[in-house]
Write a protein that binds this ligand. Structure first.
Ligand code: ZN
Length: 67
């Protein structure tokens, strides 16, 4: 399964744990899924950004590559 790192002490945490085994700090109830959702959101944002750049940039690349 996925291993996460504690933001407080930097130790390893398993996704299903509710407290850090190293420093004992309480973790958010769904910290694993939250992290995954953030990653997916950034990935979708990046795809949208790439799509808009493709639309916005001119199809003729000659001014950039010379001749
Ligand atoms: Zn910790």
């Amino acid at each position: 399964m996925s291993m996460l790192t504690c933001k407080h002490c930097g130790g390893n945490i398993e996704a299903q744990q509710s407290t850090c085994p190293n420093c004992g700090i309480p973790l958010p109830p769904n910290h694993a899924t939250q992290k995954q959702r953030t990653f997916i959101a950034w990935f979708i944002l990046l795809l949208i950004f790439c799509f808009f750049m493709m639309m916005w940039l001119p199809p003729d690349w000659s001014p950039f590559v010379g001749q």
